[in-house]
Design a protein around this ligand. Structure first.
Ligand code: PPE
Length: 304
């Protein structure tokens, strides 16, 4: 990770090295924290633009609501603090990580008066799955680890502790020579990547997993809007792994992963083994949108 200068913490901007927590921080022991991942892009005009800031902050508060973490700031204050953090680091382009978690206080599984700590960091982060992956597509495998059951951890909340599941799947995929994992849900349908939603294309029809065991991705929503705008039908429904094996195209979406084509699943080539026309079109429009070059999507940008 490329360290930057400042981290906003509990209402103040601190030097990067000073934004620390005690070892007895509750979240460190039990994983009860909620977070976001947001990107800021350099625009054509030169300044930066935070992509869909409002939606990310809304989801942060929704996640907190689900796990009953009472964030001691308003959404407007968190939005302002996010902008302040990007500016304080002199970043035009970067990744932003807001996080709210239970601090030091009582231990055990019935935390009482633990303070809710809130921090926002920002740093430069390039292509999540590599520049080559973004351009030529990545190789993925179906994980032996399942995505959480909808009644186990709450899958609509972006909870720190839930990511142990993602790390297990990611490590397994990379250890066996793949770039990324696809997890199935507890009923055996395709769910999502370790940190991405998934789309597949077959005979001109696009499908993405319905909002069952998956995170309600903001990139997923952006891609669905883009597809609608170019008159391509997109259906939200679960599909099986063999349906994916025979897809013409497949791609991952995520703030970090952006639009990453999938060229192989479990040793089966997807389509021609190179990014297909729908994937390429969506990728092109998405990158234009985030960089402020497509005025249809100006509403998604918070220019700084
Ligand atoms: N599913 C999961 C499990 C997930 O973590 C993400 C984002 C998504 C779907 C896509 O959501 P959205 O970013 O709103 O389109 N994963 C974040 C964390 C990545 C990390 O390694 O940390 C991200 O992309 O920022």
């Amino acid at each position: 990770m490329q360290e930057s200068k400042k981290i906003w913490m509990d209402g103040k901007l601190l030097d990067w090295g000073e934004a620390n927590v005690p070892v007895m921080t509750h979240a460190l022991h039990y994983g009860l924290g909620v977070f976001e991942g947001i990107r800021c892009y350099a625009t054509e005009e030169g300044g930066g633009a935070i992509f869909r800031l409002k939606e990310h902050t809304d989801r942060l508060f929704a996640s907190a609501h689900i796990v009953m973490i009472d964030i001691p700031f308003t959404q407007a204050e968190i939005n302002d603090a996010t902008v302040e953090t990007i500016k304080a680091n002199g970043l035009n382009e970067g990744y932003i990580r807001p996080i709210a978690f239970l601090g030091e206080g009582s231990m055990g599984l019935l935390p009482k008066d633990n303070p809710v700590r809130v921090a926002i960091a920002a740093w430069a982060w390039g292509a999540y799955l590599g520049e080559d992956g973004l351009k030529n597509g990545i190789r993925v495998r179906v994980s032996s680890y399942l995505r959480h059951h909808v009644n186990s951890t709450m899958t609509k909340a972006k909870i720190t502790g839930s990511y142990v599941n993602s790390i297990l799947a990611k490590r397994e995929a990379v250890a066996s020579g793949y770039d990324e994992a696809i997890m199935l849900d507890t009923e055996g349908y395709v769910s999502e990547g370790s940190g991405e939603n998934i789309f597949m294309v077959k005979d001109g029809l696009v499908k993405t997993t319905s909002l069952t065991s998956v995170l309600k991705g903001i990139t997923r929503d952006s891609v669905m809007t883009i597809l609608n705008d170019i008159g391509t039908e997109v259906r939200e429904e679960r599909f099986t792994r063999d349906e994916l094996y025979t897809a013409d195209e497949a791609f991952f979406t995520g703030t970090a992963a952006e639009i990453t084509p999938i060229r192989e699943v479990d040793g089966r080539m997807i389509g021609s083994g190179t990014p297909g026309p729908v994937t390429k079109e969506v990728q092109k429009i998405y990158f234009n949108a985030v960089k402020g070059a497509d005025k249809r999507y100006e509403r998604w940008l918070h220019r700084i």
